[in-house]
Design a protein around this ligand. Structure first.
Ligand SMILES: *[C@@H]1O[C@H](CO)[C@@H](O)[C@H](O)[C@H]1NC(C)=O
Ligand SMILES: *[C@@H]1O[C@H](CO)[C@@H](O)[C@H](O)[C@H]1NC(C)=O
Ligand SMILES: *[C@@H]1O[C@H](CO)[C@@H](O)[C@H](O)[C@H]1NC(C)=O
Ligand SMILES: *[C@@H]1O[C@H](CO)[C@@H](O)[C@H](O)[C@H]1NC(C)=O
Ligand SMILES: *[C@@H]1O[C@H](CO)[C@@H](O)[C@H](O)[C@H]1NC(C)=O
Length: 922
């Protein structure tokens, strides 16, 4: 498929860079798309394609200093300082401190302390042991630090690519399909805190992999056959397993339609659980060997055992045994044991069902025979134990390893980002039909049975207008996902607030809400209005409908065809009719007018999103930490510079020791100074500022320069004879230069003469040429003048001094004598350098003026020819029909691109000052 190339060129046109993030439980992958960068993995500082998801945060040298170590760079630090490490963050996003998964997290991350964020009741903060309260970080802040680190690396990638503007604001991140509204909000907040200004959207992991799968697939012409085929993505990472059922149809018209059909998942079954079971085996053996209780385990020992278990899981994928060997792990004693694959599979035998259940859920009764293939994604699908069970379910021939199990999600997420950004719809494009995979409901005043607004399988970006019932003074509108309340809007004083909006006495004033399921699969109430609803007049109707279906009433009144859905008791039908409503509302403004009611602030039963002000504060805090890190890095770099300058100076002194010891009286002071600075740097500069260091760099630099001058004086020939020679040669050179400049002037004059003879405006063309040269940085006349003038002055100055007798000259200090030498050699070099570019410019200018002359001459000849023609025509016409006066039309034939100048311009152009003319002629 040529798709990526086509899309890349679209990005090139927009200069945008899109970053696609796959922030996994264990590893993070990021893909960058920008002009000149086609879906490239953002590498870690060590050049790796995936980074550990996590960060180590601990105290720095000074109070309030933080040291942050990102991802894989933590190396073994997390084993040594588990209490300072945040790993496996993904499971905590959007979770409350009371959530079972939070408790499980604590059980699995020994040494980590979680506290409740009292400004957002229920949400989780990491207490990393700092006394300063502002150094307890929310889950979102920690994620933001990780993501901001990726952004920085992406920017570095762009900086090293010449055609890309270093700007990374567009971002997409993949999320699991079971991400709750709180979790989705948590991702969005973290991206905001990570300083991405344009979040293109959250992308379901399965959607991303399916999209990447399609772009990897080769489609022959005959494949475009309007026939749909079903596949399934089985994605098992460190923390969870998901199955995404999708179909795609390559249409004869060239479009490929990708439809996401269903998902199944197990939120807590992933590679970590397999590691956990090995950990159980190993730790039991460990406790038995040293005769310990569980409570005797130290965080450090646990971390090392977990590390060993992680290795065992990978080794047991290929080997039947793994030998654990941990040195001085307890009381300085080593621990050695062996885990076999049989042990591993036995303890995990009850997990088999959890591998296949997500797939069966996604199929939802569909037979596996309906599937063309199962696309494997995620590192844990490489574990043989997992593959064995998948093969048992679907057969070996259906297992497709056609995507890169590590990078497919990040690639697809980036591609989805591009589609969201460019809203591309072209032939050959993949059209994505994405859906919400939960039921979204609403309940008024906490009624027991929330009503369905968007059924599982509803297309995203839907809007639905729903009748929320008659106006009452207080109305609570609760939003639910799969029966779980997550957001409430409490309307107060509604009767009073809608007072001005009156209905006919028989009609009832009712509240209508617009609900949306947006791109990020967030369900929300976005607008509320009041409307008068006609009452069914018959008593019987009233009893039957109980204000239920106003549909009939409105339609019967035939005032306006507005069809409105109310919450009746038959929710199965309500989804259908609300969709109808949506379409109708967009058509014409309803006659029974509506009035907009402002939305009250929402409240949240679970984890609250950040307040805007809190978010601003956190952005500031993270910016502060970043700037501190930047300062630290800068300080480190200037310290290194100072150090290397010192060593260079020391080496220089050693190298020219013979010369310097003869020339410099206080050489030993230079040597000891270097030693002092190095010592200061090492032992006394802890509190030194960047400025302090830079001052020292300048000082060392000055000393170095001074010594270098001594070396130069020593090696230069500063005898009177040589200086005289230089002076005479220089004067001759200047004379020859002046001749050369005269020749140049003559050449220009010659051209001017030809221009004027033909009646062309020389000055105008000349100005044009100079401007063109200046634009190319080749107009060196002014600079040359100055350089030459300076050199002439130097020649004169030195000229006076070389009149001295040999004796007088030699009585001058070496420094003074060297100054003569320096003036003459530097001045000569400067003039010579400028002369080279001056000559280049002159030749180019002559060529251009000559060429223009040819053009103007040709044009003139044409004009003469034309005039002649006109004249002879006119004469002919005068003879035939004397009244005709339309000969002017012929002008068009001879018109050139460049319009002839107007006479006013010419007048202005010729108003040149004398000096300008002189310049022009040089
Ligand atoms: C805590 O750290 C912040 C920096 O984020 C600093 O501004 C503040 O002064 C510190 N508070 C204390 C009590 O040291
Ligand atoms: C091709 O046909 C499909 C199915 O009818 C449609 O969704 C798609 O928009 C069409 N593509 C183009 C480029 O017309
Ligand atoms: C939906 O409403 C129609 C009439 O409007 C009714 O015939 C049908 O039985 C209803 N369907 C369900 C599932 O309640
Ligand atoms: C909803 O509408 C579709 C198409 O109009 C119809 O096939 C389906 O039966 C309807 N469902 C209900 C519950 O009325
Ligand atoms: C956020 O990003 C913008 C634009 O890339 C940059 O100018 C600004 O310094 C960043 N702020 C922080 C706190 O990193």
């Amino acid at each position: 498929m040529k798709l990526p190339i086509l899309l890349t060129s679209m990005v090139a046109a927009s200069h945008a860079a899109i970053l696609g993030l796959d922030y996994g439980q264990q590893f993070t992958k990021a893909v960058l798309l920008a002009p000149g960068i086609s879906f490239e993995i953002v590498l870690t500082d060590e050049g790796k394609r995936k980074d550990l998801s996590g960060i180590l945060i601990r105290g720095g040298k000074h109070a309030n200093d933080l040291e942050r170590v990102y991802g894989s760079q933590t190396g073994s630090l997390c084993t040594r300082f588990p209490q300072s490490c945040v790993l496996d963050l993904k499971t905590l996003l959007g979770k409350s401190i009371l959530d079972p998964s939070t408790r499980q997290y604590l059980a699995q991350h020994f040494g980590v302390t979680l506290i409740e964020d009292d400004t957002r009741a229920g949400s989780v903060k990491f207490d990393l042991g700092f006394a300063n309260q502002s150094y307890a970080f929310t889950v979102e802040e920690v994620l933001a630090m990780n993501l901001n680190d990726i952004k920085t690396r992406a920017l570095q990638t762009l900086q090293s690519t010449s055609h890309a503007i270093p700007l990374v604001e567009d971002v997409t991140i993949s999320v699991p399909p079971f991400a709750s509204p709180e979790t989705r909000q948590s991702y969005l907040d973290a991206l905001h805190l990570a300083n991405f200004s344009n979040v293109l959207g959250l992308v379901d992991e399965g959607t991303a992999v399916a999209l990447n799968y399609l772009t990897n697939r080769k489609f022959e012409a005959s494949d475009y056959n309007d026939v749909a085929q079903r596949h399934l993505v089985f994605d098992m990472g460190a923390g969870s397993a998901t199955a995404t059922l999708f179909s795609f149809t390559p249409y004869k018209n060239g479009s490929i339609v990708l439809e996401l059909e269903n998902v199944g998942y197990d939120e807590s079954f992933g590679g970590k659980l397999l590691t956990q079971s090995i950990y159980t085996i190993i730790s039991e053996k460990f406790l038995a060997k040293f005769n310990l209780k569980h409570s005797d385990l130290t965080p450090k020992a646990v971390a090392r055992l977990v590390e060993a278990s992680e290795k065992a899981k990978l080794i047991l994928s290929a080997n039947t045994e793994y030998h654990v060997s941990l040195e001085s792990i307890h009381d300085d004693k080593d621990f050695k044991t062996t885990v076999s694959r049989d042990e591993f599979e036995e303890i995990n035998s009850d997990l088999m069902e959890r591998i296949t259940k997500p797939i069966l859920d996604a199929l939802n009764g569909l037979s596996v025979d309906e599937l063309k293939s199962i696309v494997l994604n995620g590192g844990s699908t490489r574990v043989p134990f997992v593959q064995k069970h998948l093969i048992a379910l679907v057969g070996e021939d259906k297992i497709a390893k056609s995507v890169n199990a590590d990078e497919s999600c990040a690639l697809g997420t980036t591609l989805r980002g591009l589609k969201l950004k460019t809203k591309l719809s072209k032939p050959n494009d993949v059209i994505v039909i994405d859906k919400g995979f939960h039921n979204y409901e609403v309940a008024v005043n906490g009624e027991d049975d929330p009503k369905l607004v968007f059924e599982k399988g509803t297309l995203i970006n839907e809007v639905s207008r729903v009748n929320l019932g008659a106006i009452a003074n207080n109305l609570d509108i609760g939003l639910y996902e799969d029966g779980k309340l997550f957001k409430t809007y409490a309307f107060e004083d509604l009767v009073k607030k809608t007072e001005k909006f009156s209905c006919k006495s028989k009609d009832s004033k009712e509240l209508f809400g617009y609900f949306t399921l947006d791109q990020n699969k967030m369900f929300d109430l976005t607008r509320v209005e009041v409307e008068c609803v006609k009452e069914d007049k018959s008593i019987l109707g009233k009893i039957l409908n109980k204000g239920k279906s106003t549909e009939e009433a409105t339609v019967n009144e035939d005032e306006d065809g507005e069809v409105i859905d109310t919450f009746g008791d038959d929710s199965a039908n309500s989804t259908n009719s609300t969709e109808t409503t949506t379409k109708k509302t967009t058509r014409a403004p309803p006659k029974p007018k509506t009035a907009h009611v402002p939305l009250p602030k929402a409240s949240y039963p679970g984890v609250k999103p950040f307040l805007r002000t809190t978010k601003e504060k956190l952005v500031g805090k993270l910016a502060y930490l970043n700037s501190r890190d930047q300062q630290k890095a800068e300080l480190e770099s200037v310290r290194n510079n100072l150090e290397s300058d010192c060593y260079q100076l020391r080496a220089y002194i050693e190298h020219y020791e013979d010369i310097l010891s003869a020339e410099v009286e206080d050489l030993s002071e230079y040597e000891s100074l270097v030693g002092e600075v190095i010592e200061w740097l090492e032992f006394e500069s802890d509190d030194a500022s960047i400025e302090d260091i830079k001052e020292k760099i300048a000082m060392v630099g000055k000393k170095h320069k001074r010594l270098a001058r001594f070396v130069e004086i020593h090696s230069a020939d500063i005898s009177l004879k040589h200086i005289k020679n230089l002076q005479v040669e220089g004067s001759n050179f200047v004379n020859s230069l002046q001749e050369k400049l005269l020749t140049y002037g003559g050449q220009v004059q010659e051209i001017r003469g030809r221009y004027e003879a033909e009646g062309f405006d020389f000055d105008k063309e000349n100005d044009r040429q100079r401007a063109a040269l200046a634009a190319k940085g080749m107009d060196k006349l002014d600079k040359f003048d100055k350089t030459l003038e300076a050199y002439k002055n130097d020649l004169t100055t030195v000229g006076k001094s070389v009149g001295l007798s040999e004796e007088e000259y030699n009585s001058l200090s070496k420094d003074e004598r060297y100054t003569f030498y320096e003036l003459l050699t530097n001045g000569f070099a400067n003039v010579l350098a400028d002369l080279v570019s001056l000559e280049g410019g002159h030749i180019e200018r002559l060529d251009a003026l000559n060429e223009k002359f040819e053009t103007l001459s040709a044009r003139k000849k044409q004009k003469e020819l034309k005039d002649k023609l006109k004249k002879s025509k006119k004469e002919a016409k005068v003879e035939e029909e004397p009244e005709a006066e339309n000969g002017e039309d012929d002008d068009v034939v001879f018109e050139e691109d460049e319009p002839e100048q107007t006479s006013t311009e010419t007048a202005e152009d010729s108003q040149q000052t004398a000096s300008e003319i002189e310049h022009d002629e040089l």
